[in-house]
Design a binder for this molecule. Structure first.
Ligand code: RB5
Length: 154
């Protein structure tokens, strides 16, 4: 049974490497396919490179949803939200994760490996995976900013 399985693309820097490994394990336990683009070591790397890789893959529709992790989650959020059609949500609690799906249709979840522990991170990922988008008025609001960057003149 592989045809209905989602594949989640995941990436982190060194500061969240161990949390990425744990979240990857959780996704596999849930029978979700994972595309791990690294980092694969604890040596210092630039979060930017991994953020661009995941966000561009979601932006172009190659992957529907992704997870990004760095120390605070801030750098990854900043990078990911530069990409059209990406709605990256930095979540440090379950309520934010739920609302990021229901109201914002977030397609990238961002976690801070130096901010939250693995048990909370798993709970956040669970809610983020399982909560659908409410649509309706929220879609109208999303449409107002999707692709906005392309319209702004310098
Ligand atoms: C790495 O030291 C750290 O700056 C990075 O993981 C992240 O927190 C950046 O926003």
């Amino acid at each position: 049974m592989t045809e209905n399985k989602q594949t989640i693309i995941i990436g982190s820097d060194h500061a969240a490497y161990s949390l990425k490994e744990d979240i990857k394990k959780y996704l596999i336990e849930r029978d979700i396919d994972v595309k791990d683009i690294g980092t694969h070591i604890e040596e210092s790397v630039n979060y930017t490179d991994f953020g661009i890789n995941v966000a561009s893959s979601v932006s172009t529709g190659k992957f529907e949803r992704g997870i990004l992790l760095c120390g605070t989650g801030l750098g990854m959020s900043m990078v990911a939200n530069r990409f059209s059609h990406v709605r990256a949500a930095l979540c440090a609690d379950v309520f934010a994760a739920e609302m990021s799906r229901r109201h914002n249709n977030s397609n990238i979840l961002v976690l801070g490996g130096r901010v939250i522990g693995d048990v909370l991170a798993r709970a956040i990922v669970r809610v983020w995976l399982d909560t659908p988008f409410d649509g309706d008025r929220h879609q109208v609001r999303l449409d107002k900013f999707d692709g906005l960057g392309e319209k702004i003149e310098a």
